[in-house]
Ligand binder design. Sequence first.
Ligand code: SAH
Ligand code: SF4
Length: 412
Amino acid sequence: MTANPDRDSGRLVRLDAEKAAEVSVRAAEVRPQALFGLDGDALAEVMVEMGEPRWRGKQLAEAIYSQRVVEVSSISTLSKELREKLRTAGWEVGRPRIAQVFKSVDGTERYLVECPGANRQTVETVWMPEGDDGEAGDGSEGDDEDTKAAPSTGPTALASLRRRRATICVSSQVGCAVNCQFCLTAKLGLQRNLSAGEIAGQVVAVLERQGVEVGKERVNLVFMGMGEPFLNYDSFMGAVRLLVQEVGLSPQRMTVSTSGIVPGIERFAGETAEVRPKLAISLNAPNNAIRSEIMPINRKWPIEAVMEAVRGVKLRPRERVTFEYVLLGGVTDQPSHAREVARLARRTGLPVKVNLIAWNPGPGIGYTMPEAGAIEEFKRVLAAEGIPAYVRRPRGRDIFAACGQLKRTVEA
Ligand code: SAH
Ligand code: SF4
């Protein structure tokens, strides 16, 4: 990890760490413990501690992860006495809750999600109805059965209407230490890591708000909100396991994006297919010289090192690795850059696709958006070179919900 050269952010990290330590000492005396975030085994242990059989842990898991119960007193599968016993032993559900909602004209919603016990600090989560054109690295462009023409009347029509498409964009840290020059989240520096419960909790809180029926509706997750998931690896993968094993979401509908943290990619390569999301790499530049300039992390792990680590990931049949590519006006958006990206993609020998994203502006960031037509031309060059490329539509720019725009703006 390179040190963050932004001295102010560095100071923020230290101050917050001290504050957090103080708060947790004070809170440990009085704060109830959260059930949300514990996996099936840990919940079974809680029940055993209460003098109950292990299988009651399943009832707890079902209540908090499937029924989305938020109060111990509402867990109807447990007796009143047992609920009371849990509460007096200091247990609460403790799921993060949506504290504020910003609605975009395009239907996107951005949430400030408040995590219990974290000094009421909020994290950001985004809901994008109708997905984001299937171009968020979910690999399902147009070939998915859900997108086939549906009958317009009768019960089947109703059923297919219910099969909404949506994508939830999830944060893994408050702020980020990676310091990409074009990203607003970087301006915060790293404030803190989120726990597995705080990461999975964002998803469950949004599923509840939207009334999503897991298994019936098609919801994709992208770990592309605030933070670098592979610098908070254990919590990130802990959250994925909860979301797969307890909430019932498919890892094939999840995509994790990394700026290229090689040790993280290597660990990721060791995960089993049952819990491994798909992988997206924020390439963002056609070569090491430009990449090091806009993403200083490239000096530590240059493109070749990242690709070598990616080659270790055992892809599922038809799975592709996504290269995310932010077009910065005049810096990374030229046709010659597209040809370089195509060569680079071929050299990796990996099945890849490229997601093109026009840079979303943010205050205090000295780049410009690509000129009209540049992104389509870039796509055309890639396609002519045999590299599948998709243009990602910016979502919720008006509410600062688009890629790279997440930066907590309201302190609870
Ligand atoms: N830290 C991870 C995931 C979060 S960023 C990563 O970097 O991959 C998610 C995506 O948003 C990345 O591909 C990043 O390159 C892109 N991004 C960051 N700032 C952006 C901006 N201002 N406009 C468009 N995309 C941006
Ligand atoms: Fe962090 Fe990703 Fe933003 Fe880079 S692009 S600063 S890694 S959130």
